[in-house]
Design a protein. Structure first.
Length: 273
């Protein structure tokens, strides 16, 4: 019967062959020649003092699940983002009513816009060297009748257009962020026709940010995709709404989502820790 033992003197571990029918056996250490006795124990059982657990590898951390009550924060954030969507869509449908205050806020934040003028006559001929002044910035149209002005404050601005020394007119133009404001003016000998500013560009921007806010509402209702919910709440600030109410509701939604982010699930992978 083969077994492994340890020399009590030099702690050398070696294997020896002992008879099965002997309760005690004298062993000799092959390293230091120390004589010692080995007592046979019951089959498969060792004395408690001779046994010890041995761990291999690095210590491992275990994540145990725990029950945590769900809050109403994601639901409230979703409801607020739905209101942001409704306000944003209303602003996109009636930009003349809602456009004033948000553009003033953006202007104060340093956001500006670009304005382009096209001056032609009734025969669709371009008028060159027409002087245009807006916000104390003066320039003249090129050979194609076009004058482009950058870094103009947002909102409704007044532009003074001098066709000749004796013919000057004033028009109001709408300057929006991100999209160039295009203004076409048709001039004849005695009068002029100004094609009024279009708010379609601003409406498109408000519509896009409103739809993004709606995506955040869906993510909050399902308590999934925390990154989508956070990004939608942030971008929903730019949907503005009546007296910036949409922006305020988006900020509140953003804070609620951050406070309840542990309740969200990352798609099909389970909760995010």
């Amino acid at each position: 019967m083969k077994g492994r033992t340890t020399c009590p003197k030099c702690n050398h571990v070696f294997i020896l062959d002992t008879p099965k029918d002997r309760e005690q056996y004298k062993a000799i250490c092959p390293k230091c020649n120390c004589n010692f006795a080995i007592k046979k124990t019951s089959d498969g059982i060792k004395a408690e003092e001779e046994c010890a657990w041995e761990e291999h590898g690095e210590p491992r951390k275990t994540i145990l699940s725990s029950i945590k009550p769900r809050t109403d924060k994601p639901m409230i954030a979703a409801v607020l983002l739905i209101f942001v969507f409704i306000l944003g869509i209303s602003s996109a449908a009636f930009p003349e009513i809602f456009i004033g205050s948000p553009l003033d806020v953006l202007s104060n934040a340093g956001v500006s816009g670009t304005v382009e003028f096209m001056i032609i006559d009734q025969s669709n001929n371009s008028l060159e060297n027409v002087s245009i002044t807006i916000n104390e910035i003066t320039g003249k149209t090129n050979d194609k009748g076009v004058y482009l002005i950058r870094n103009i404050s947002l909102g409704i601005n007044e532009a003074e257009i001098q066709i000749t020394e004796n013919k000057t007119m004033k028009v109001e133009i709408l300057v929006t962020p991100f999209i160039k404001s295009y203004n076409e003016i048709i001039v004849d000998e005695d009068n002029y026709k100004f094609i009024p500013y279009e708010t379609i560009g601003c409406s498109i921007i408000l519509f896009i940010f409103s739809v993004i806010a709606l995506l955040g509402a869906v993510a909050s209702l399902k308590r999934q995709h925390i990154d989508v919910a956070i990004a939608s709440a942030l971008l929903g600030i730019f949907s503005f709404g009546f007296f910036m109410l949409g922006s305020i509701l988006s900020i509140i939604s953003f804070l609620l989502i951050l406070r309840s982010k542990e309740e969200f699930e990352n798609g099909k992978k389970g909760k995010s820790f």
